[in-house]
Design a protein around this ligand. Sequence first.
Ligand code: PLP
Length: 437
Amino acid sequence: MTHKTSTTQRSDRLFQEALRLMPGGVNSPVRAFKGVGGTPRFFQSAQGARMVDADGNDLLDYVGSWGVMLLGHNHPSIREAVAEALAAGTSFGAPGAGEVDIARRVIELVPGIEVVRMVNSGTEATMSAIRLARAATGRPTIIKFRGGYHGHGDAFLVEAGSGAATLGVPSSPGVPDDLAAHTLVAEYNDLASVEALFDGAPDRVGGVIVEPVSGNMGCVPPVPGFLEGLRALCDRHGAVLIFDEVMTGFRVAAGGAQARYGVTPDLTTLGKVIGGGLPVGAYGGREDLMRMIAPDGPVYQAGTLSGNPLAVAAGSAALAYIQDHPGLYDDLEALGARLGQGLLSITAELDIPAVWNQAGAMGSLFFSSEPVTDWASVSSSETDRFSGFFHGMLDRGVYLPPSAYEAWFWSAAHDDHDIETTLAAARAALKDTQAHA
Ligand code: PLP
């Protein structure tokens, strides 16, 4: 292609070697580019809004380490906090002051969290939260939503959104049928579908877990009344409402989706931004529920590296930045709106049907002429066009998530000039998708 200026020889060579050594050559499936075809880029460094690949190509990044990098890559305040912690030792396996600091900040920021437990990933957080919901209610069944992803715990690998949807395997072998039978699947933004599941399993539903802004089928915000309705249904049926804010926490507002939409869950799961780029997850919520966790109570959950001093130092630095910058989310929202408006005016000009969905610092462009509000409308969008668009953008130096089912993430390090660069690339890449249609 004439616009392709970059060489990718080193990435290509690394990938060939990686393929021999690791499943799909990667440590997490979506990185293998199966959703868009082609060879994944390998990266050597990242700074601010940009990442440099193994061949030295400088790319404007909208993956943000899958939503982690709210402040941008390699932010000085996080780097300094980690360096300071590193000098003091890498792991104690015993309590440290950093854990108290991050717990205090999480509780200050997230309205529904009165008591919190740190873990190492979002997956750990969600697995632990449903164990707690089941223990608290004495009921085995949980309700999740089609296209919702809550990590790779057995109970969640049912109609599981992005990674699984991209691979065309909505659920995974290895999950026992008996266990999957305890997971019921409702439609996102459709309260009647949730009510029907409650009615069909009287006194068996212990919890409802939802991404309050769905991010794993692309960005799909809640319609007005949906989250409020879930709150009311859980109250009526005595079930625990869990907001999985691994993606939305500290991204759609300082206090997450629960602050943005004013609905308080019983339990909240966190990941991504909370670790500032190091592996951290957390779950927390109502004090009476959280006091059931060991060693206060009988619900067992533990972790050798949980509350690791380097990880919590990075996370605390990220949260401190958020607490110190009250205008941050308005700026992120406005930047995304400029990106979305720009993309929509280009697609309108080129007569390409498109929808832009956004909440805070996450958003998605769907090639669709209908509003995108649930899994059915996501799947009926033109996902084939996305692959061509993705590669056209990559060739022009803009790194989008390599799947039509993933949200785009921008950061405090992205600026208006980056948006202009992105829109210029998008105009050319979209024109190409028309030429090849
Ligand atoms: N929950 C949500 C909403 C997520 O988006 C993810 C990961 O993308 C997870 C849970 C799992 O988190 P992790 O990949 O840290 O295990």
